[in-house]
Design a protein around this ligand. Structure first.
Ligand SMILES: Cc1cc2nc3c(=O)[nH]c(=O)nc-3n(C[C@H](O)[C@H](O)[C@H](O)COP(=O)(O)O)c2cc1C
Length: 221
């Protein structure tokens, strides 16, 4: 698979089979992803890979919290600006609408929407996940470094025939993640990432992208 194919076939997959992800594949991917660039070569990402019994335990504990109506831990960073403004608000709404439409969930069926959201904390059935932390005192530039790193991971996973879904949703139950992965003091959880083989029976809508003219300006011909 060439790089274009890997990039174009990557999408947020929200349905995985139980087929385990071989440990050596994850190691190969993370070994190569370590070549990701970062300002000053800080390599600010701190990654925990969770599979098997610890992942089952994490899913179980989180499901219990969700079932009890627990709305999560105090947020440590805002997932979105309070007023994202246009066109960001519209883009987000459209992606959500298309997703629920693909799942056959009508707008007014809040319970079904809630169930779809709750699937995040089951890793959409994935048998592997990683969690990306950063040192708490890192700034926006290092968060961008972590984003680049995660993008490399996602593209390399495609090269291995795997799919992924990056999930800020895990920050909602960050204390439960911390109970399982035991990070040292001073780290902040950015996101999780579900990893596995796609369950092709789960319907999805491919997300759109804004035309290039909206996001890119070429100067100089
Ligand atoms: C940092 C980050 C966090 C995300 N968090 C979630 C999440 O919590 N749950 C989810 O279902 N998708 C999540 N996504 C996936 C996005 O919704 C998805 O990437 C976007 O809608 C574009 O669709 P595509 O990835 O299929 O092209 C996240 C993506 C990124 C990059």
């Amino acid at each position: 698979m060439d790089v274009y194919e890997a990039v174009m076939s990557r999408r947020a997959v929200r349905g995985f089979t139980e087929e385990p992800v071989p440990g050596e594949v994850l190691e190969r991917v993370l070994c190569a992803a370590a070549r990701s660039p970062s300002g000053g070569n800080l390599q600010p990402w701190r990654i925990y890979v969770v599979t098997g019994a610890p992942l089952a335990e994490l899913k179980k504990r989180t499901a219990e919290r969700v079932a009890a109506g627990d709305r999560g831990d105090a947020r440590e960073y805002p997932m979105y600006p309070p007023e994202p403004g246009s066109p960001y608000r519209e883009r987000r709404a459209e992606a959500a609408e298309r997703r629920y439409a693909a799942l056959g969930i009508p707008r007014e069926d809040q319970r079904a929407r809630h169930r779809a959201v709750a699937a995040n904390w089951d890793c959409f059935g994935a048998p592997a996940a990683l969690f990306c932390y950063l040192d708490r005192h890192m700034g926006p530039a290092q968060w961008a470094d972590a984003g680049m790193y995660l993008q490399i991971v996602m593209v390399l996973l495609r090269a291995e025939g795997l799919h992924s879904c990056t999930q800020m949703a895990w920050s909602v139950y960050r204390r439960t993640v911390a109970e399982v992965v035991s990070p040292p003091e001073g780290l902040i959880l950015f996101c999780g990432m579900s990893i596995g083989y796609e369950d092709a029976t789960v319907p999805y809508a491919r997300t759109d992208r804004a035309p290039l003219t909206e996001t890119v300006t070429f100067l100089g011909g």
